[in-house]
Design a protein around this ligand. Sequence first.
Ligand code: TMP
Length: 253
Amino acid sequence: MARRKKIYEGKAKIIYEGPEPGTIVQYFKDDATAFNAEKKDVIEGKGVLNNRLSEFFMMGLNNVGVPTHFLKRLNMREQLCRSCEIIPLEIIVRNYAAGSMSKRLGIEEGTQLPRPIVEYCYKDDKLGDPLVSEEHIAAFGWASQHDMDDIVALALRVNDFMSGIMFGVGIKLIDFKIEIGRVYDGDFQRLVVADEISPDSCRLWDIETGEKLDKDVFRRDLGNLADAYTEVARRLGVMPKQAPQPTKPTLIN
Ligand code: TMP
């Protein structure tokens, strides 16, 4: 019996070595953080919900031909993914002004943008993930121009897919963040959607009432975060069969 080897622990997930070469296991924690971990809490059941929801979105993307790192869900809190080299950027797509864009540009939250706007932040917690331009990305070699063309195309396809899915259940996709990884098939490299897609990384507003169903509920103390995520899961028909329970990472071999 060997314990899974931990590769990395982030704020919301732990990454373990997977059972086969070229795979990893993502373990979804119940920890919630905001403002670069200045605000922290443990929200019971969040990890279970995000594991399910991220599976649902990633499988949907795989099925419509948008490549992701997701392979399969293993249990309530863990999923098997292809290992990839994460490009050190947070790719943000915005359909309506909110959050940092509203602050930065003085646009009222909820204002529809003339077209989806793609932004990039450099992934560095010490620096607070600063906004960067394609010039920085090219000059510092974080991604090539060819990668950037692929990244924008992937981000906009994710936006179309996620907007449609959400619209179908009465939710407006205000904005979201994705991460992109490189996978290697022999000498051939391609880009895939990696990390997670969940209400932690999207802004989701009820179309009728404007109620927030995403991590802003936690960031802004608007109510119970697990209830908001459960509502998203319920509308999408993605309900855990059992009530969320704290589980430890499983053993393999
Ligand atoms: P922002 O308006 O705070 O820049 O956030 C834009 C989107 O990115 C929003 O859907 C929340 C998501 N996001 C993350 O997933 N991780 C983060 O660390 C931050 C700051 C935002």
